[in-house]
Design a protein around this ligand. Sequence first.
Ligand code: HEC
Length: 139
Amino acid sequence: MKNLSVLLKSLSVVAFLFALCSSVVAQDQKAASAWEIPAKYKTMKNALKGDAASVNVGKNLYAKHCKSCHGGAGLGDGPKASSMKTKITSFKDAKFQAQVDGAIYYQIVIGRDEMPAFDKKVAEEDDRWALVNFVRSLK
Ligand code: HEC
């Protein structure tokens, strides 16, 4: 019986250490730094009106390509988010929404580091702007 209690104690110590390590790993994400947006993107005009039709097109593309990392409501909490080295900013963030449309277009189409470039997967200009419009609708 004594052996059993020793065993149970060591198991709980191991479980505790494991929990501690995984919480440290989860907190180890670095905060995103500011994006440098090339001038030609900053001045790009959105090809679409931000109307319900384009937001809906964007919503479907988002569910297919983005939700797994950014989460359904754009909070940066999709199933893959915790495995990223960089913490994903919420699309509800005021500073994020304060950017011009062309900056968001750049982030989606060109990307950087763990944010994939969607230039090939979302090849149509209208689809890219529909994604911008959907992301805007999440604020
Ligand atoms: C594999 C995970 C992953 C997928 C899929 C993904 N993203 Fe990202 N995204 C990220 C990460 C991580 C960042 C932060 C990168 C950084 O700051 O360096 C990011 C950043 C962004 C940003 C910039 C936000 C900011 O201020 O940091 C936008 C906009 C964005 N993503 C939109 C999208 C859209 C739209 C899609 C789908 C077409 C998409 N992402 C798909 C991981 C992903």
